[in-house]
Ligand binder design. Sequence first.
Ligand SMILES: [Zn+2]
Length: 426
Amino acid sequence: MRKKAFLKAYLFLSVLLFCSLIPNISVFADEPVVVVIDPGHGGENLGAEYDGYTEKKMTMVVARAMKEELEKYDGVVVYLTHETDVDMSLKERAEFAKEKHADFLYSLHFNASVKHNLFGSEVWIPAYGDYYVKGYQFAEIQMQEFENIGLYSRGIKTKLNDKGTDYYGILRQCTELEVPSALIEHCHMDQDNDKPFYQQGEEQWKEFGRMDAEAVAKYFGLKSGEKDTDYSNYPKASVAWQEGAVEPDKTPPEISEIELLHVDKTSAKLKVHIKASDSNSYIQYYKYSFDGGITYSDLQKWPRPVWNESEPETTCEISAIYDREIDLRICVYNGFDGWTESNCITIEPISSPKAEESVKEEKKEYREITYTPVNDTDAETIYNKGALAGVIISIVLISIVILALLFAVIKMLLMLKPHSKTRKKQ
Ligand SMILES: [Zn+2]
């Protein structure tokens, strides 16, 4: 009897011990982090094209380098949505990530703007719930990486379509399938400011990939024996969860004022004080006009201590024209490319021989670009020329088929008509 009782107690204790170990066992058998990298565009869809650079080629180089670098970390499985140059819909990309049980999808892109005037990096994230929080936490790390190499931050942003869902298809599709996602616009491939970051070709693009991998490793707190790196305690920003969409700023800056501080007649330089602010955003760029706002200079960086804050005012020195009257006006942009023009100040011609000389030297700074400012973040849509051509060809082909069918039906009806007449007579 005693033996039996002892055996029972022993069995009971063994089961208890085993059960207590189960949670620990599951810790050891942690699922790996699954990362899906999406090289933006591919196949007929070239993405942006400028000066011999094609976006789909660049994103593939970045994606491969990102995968290679990320695989140096422990406990991570990495996939590319496509390894070859093929067409793939945004839905297919999101479905691929879902199939692989992805913890995150990163869609890689290079930007171009309609007027070739914007510059800098940006990360687009989903506007809703956990997807916004996760997107933001990742994007903040990624943005830091961009700033570390000297790229100008255009921010971490959401964008909504008419239906109030995410404007960017890849983010919308991923959220629908419950996959966290972010769209990374590394830099603008059509603007002088960003040129130093991509113009050296593939080796430089691979640097972007390694940088993206590091941001992902930091976000997931990965470790690498090979690299002797441990990001397991890497801090993440605390981001407030919000009911409904985190809306982008749709209003332009409220304040945009200038004051002329000094006119240097020898060097033909103007010292101008600019005051600008936006209650929902930060000030990102400014540009100046000598003809009251008909033509403007290139965009200039607005001083920002950190990417999402801006100084409320700045003083700048502008090389002026010397031989005619100046109607000085400034235009300031917020982080969402909303803009507001300042008051106008008229300055008498600064004609002096020395001024002429110094202005000739610095003329490069002011390129007269004739356009009125517009909000042009839709570069992605406009530059999908390949996709657009595909749609047009499809429409033409469908129209031809419909016309041919109509023709056949009319012909058949005409052939049938005499028969019915004869029947009626009978
Ligand atoms: Zn793109």
